[in-house]
Write a protein that binds this ligand. Sequence first.
Ligand SMILES: *Cc1c(COP(=O)(O)O)cnc(C)c1O
Length: 408
Amino acid sequence: MSESATDDAHRVTGGAGPATGAAGRMARDGDQAAAVAGEGTRAVRAGLPEPAKYEPTLPGPVFAAHYHLPGEPTGPYTYGRDENPTWTLLERAVGELEAPGQDGVETLVFASGMAAISAVLFSQLRAGDVCVLPDDGYQALPLVSAQLEAYGIEVRTAPTGGDAQLDVLDGAKLLWIETPSNPGLDVCDIRRLAEAAHARGALVAVDNTLATPLGQRPLELGADFAVASGTKQLTGHGDILLGYVVGRDREAMAAVRRWRKIVGAIPGPMEAWLAHRSIATLQMRVDRQSATALAVAEALRERPEVTGLRYPGLPGDPAHKIAAQQMRRFGCVVSFTLPTRARADRFLDALRLVDDATSFGGVRSTAERRGRWGGDAVPEGFIRLSVGAEDPQDLVADVLRALDTSAA
Ligand SMILES: *Cc1c(COP(=O)(O)O)cnc(C)c1O
């Protein structure tokens, strides 16, 4: 299919109702259009094998602990902790989305996002190395940080916004960035930070969970690794855990692969297959959810009881300028603060279309008072809202009604 045909198709979806938001608008911007065009097509076909008569389009999950293996134990499939044909197809799919058209890029899938994150950090760093982590990133990072320190690795931290990482890069072996950050939705300049890190000989990994590969492609922006939790919007149905690492450096990726084998943090074949099946609808979900997230953010902006509203797709958001440079879609998460913890709890309780649950990225909207976990430096009334695939007007109405009824 020609790029212009898909661009037209995109324009049609982008122009329908509130979907004129982020994705629709950006699709019309010169180069951005070329980047966006074709992504839906790529998503539906990503990783599929060549058509073979009487074979299914997407082969079912291969359940195997071992494979027939007479003679020398070489070849693609030997033992189930090392390789699996269902992973192979999923890895191809993720690689095609994270690094389309790039040669020499390798993808490895993991049992969860944390398995993927740990695989990069613990396979690349040695005692005496210095690692830079965000101080406002995913809530398990402090646990990882303590473990790295126990192994004699020096951990420095920096906030995500404002590119403050530049001040602590000297002597670092690895720079880890999470952009947009979860849950604060700050954004940093991947290209600028990658150039600075590379000039000092450091590797760069980007947690791409929130953006998904359709929102941002870290390898094209200069990162060495794109790492993500596939538990969130990549698979998008709130029913599996998954993680992945995409990297360009052969040696570095060999170490990540060895780590997966040693630790055994592997996805089950059923999860891998469900993930691959879900990726076919990724573009539709991401476009819909990011357009609705913008509509929700715009509605929240008008409310006096809402403070600290963040959505990188919202013009005027502190992160919007950099986000618009490096992202093609701005994600499905909106965060904001209500005056008190009690008000936030009443608001969550009053929502009918939004489940009070953690995680994000699913087709059913979820929200939670993030402070209930401890760990994140957020106010008591801080809400992380993940916008699902419901009709935008229904969701906006539900959020506004819950704000009204929780006021008393
Ligand atoms: C959820 C999340 C993770 C961890 O992923 P799991 O699949 O839960 O292990 C890592 N990074 C970010 C940004 C996340 O949101």
